[in-house]
Ligand binder design. Structure first.
Ligand code: 5GP
Ligand code: ZN
Length: 125
């Protein structure tokens, strides 16, 4: 897709701080992190939004989701349980979709955000 920044990153035409890649997906640090750990998991193939995914994309979406805990652990925000069952760490996964979903880049991506819960800001009613 012409003029798509994430297609260009996936093709290596624009540099990124890559943390993972395979034949289907690439993951790299967000250029404007919202938390101590903030990276994006991005399919190589151009799909504009989550709303453009269909049954044929289920394996790809599953792969993206399954990568999140592995890559989060490598980046220092893995979900942990000790021998007593006490949980710690963890991360948020997020697909922004469309204008009201806050999507800025129209190439499907999953945010993985870890740190001391910086997203805990409540909207005023
Ligand atoms: P969205 O709002 O579309 O869900 O999120 C797009 C994300 O992509 C934003 O968090 C933004 O900081 C990130 N981003 C935009 N352009 C670039 C870029 O050129 N390189 C990297 N690494 N991240 C980008
Ligand atoms: Zn694209």
């Amino acid at each position: 897709m012409d003029n798509c920044i994430f297609c260009k990153i996936a093709a290596g035409e624009i540099p990124s701080r890559k943390i993972y890649e395979d034949e289907d997906v690439i993951a790299f640090h967000d250029i404007n992190p919202a938390a101590p750990v903030h990276f994006l998991v991005v399919p190589r193939r151009h799909i504009a939004t989550l709303a453009d995914c269909g049954p044929a994309d289920e394996a790809l979406l599953g792969k993206m989701a399954a990568l999140a805990p592995k890559l989060a652990a490598e980046q220092g925000c893995g979900y942990l349980r000790d021998a007593a069952g006490q949980a710690s760490g963890g991360f948020k996964t997020l697909f922004n979709t469309g204008p009201d979903g806050g999507q800025e880049v129209y190439h499907l991506h999953m945010h993985v955000i870890g740190g001391p819960q910086p997203w805990r800001v409540r909207v005023q009613q």
